[in-house]
Design a protein around this ligand. Sequence first.
Ligand code: UDP
Length: 472
Amino acid sequence: MTACHVVFLPFMAYGHMIPMADMAVLFASRGLQTTIVTTSSSAHRLTKSIQKTVNYTHQIALHIIDFKAGEVGIDNPDQIISNERMYGLLEAISKLQEPFEEFVEKSQPDCIVAYMFFPWTTETAARFNIPRIAFNGTGFFALCVSDALSRYQPTVSSDSEPFVVPHIPHEIKLTRKQLPQLEAEEFKMFLKVIMQAGEAEAKSYGVIVNSFYELEPEYVHHYREVLKRKSWHVGPVSLCNKSTEDKLERGKKSAVDEHGCLKWLESKPPSSVIYVCFGSMVKVTGSQLHEIAMGLEACDESFIWVIRNDQEAWIPEGFEARMQAKGKGLIIKGWAPQVLILEHESVGGFVTHCGWNSVLEGVSSGVAMVAWPIMAEQFYNAKLVTDVLRIGVSIGDVEWSADSTCEGVMREAIERAVARVMGAEEGEDMRMRARELKEKAKKVVEKGRSSYSDLTTFIENIKEFKYKTTVA
Ligand code: UDP
């Protein structure tokens, strides 16, 4: 039988393109023929992933489908800085169905792996009689919590009164102000896409998850057996980046030179550095940047802090020079080689917005975390880190932000949380648990282990589907 051909359709934001590109590399490493379909303005972000597969039986192919005139460039993630732009993009991608179907008709793939914002791919898959696999970019815990909360209205007297998430394996408390607030008129479009994504997921052949069984076993069972979703865990997919070069240019070219960054890290004792980064989309306000700087200076731990390259003006006068002179801190202005930094033995803690990729990369590196969620399903991921895995502490009382803004946390809270995760007792306990997870993460992707085997099952399922439709 010829190799199965899997087509990936990622959403054009770094947090989605990066894991899907890693997944394509992983599939290619298992002998599958893979094609990533994306727009011309996003294609360059995949060059590095494609290069990784040059020695494989099948190299990743790239197929470009494009927006109409007037929509071109709308998918630049650096510019998805307002809800309006996000809606413009969601609107535009709904029109990609036609060129995508032309490609499917011509290339006859055996399976489509599509991000949740392309719900129309269920129609495509039905039309061509191939399986559509949903990819939501998050873990089993968040999928189970989202499902529980979609059927339950908490009876609480205020937005800050905690309630217990019903029908899930652990007692997890949330407040209404930590949940997505999508009822307002301005979110109508977004809510529509989320609803369509849910319906499309239910109609899909299955869901592929960037996670591993040993990380959240109760939620793998819950998702499969209680929610009755066919699913495969194939992560952590970031572990397919083996060389320094792979890790350096994941998503975007790094804003720091590798040698300077590694030399700085090498000058620090093991587990002594805290890494601070809010992913690719969060907007940290000027006053919040100021508080972070003050909090980091007060707690006196060595740090690497990633800020956007247009935010420098908000850093307090003399702060960077002081930190450099004392050898205390490195500020990266722009894109950081996150996986390379996290995996360095000098890094012991991670202040994170709890985007799923960051959480999983933190877990795979064995670091303790300060969970500082901002938006999307990050509050659920934060609970997994603090309450279930017990490898991190919460930054404190923060609310879900409708426009991805990080603000309002004072320096004292930052200093306290960083001191706890970097500390010798509580911090070391958390790090010990995190290191155990790191060891498990490294093993599960090896031949015969859980993530490797689930990918084998996935491949068999796709082949079976193909066989059944061929003989039918
Ligand atoms: N990332 C990185 N360097 C940066 C910022 C982000 O390499 O300076 C990567 C990070 O390693 C992760 C992804 O971008 O793989 C961000 O995904 P995540 O789910 O954590 O957050 P999002 O950006 O989607 O909010």
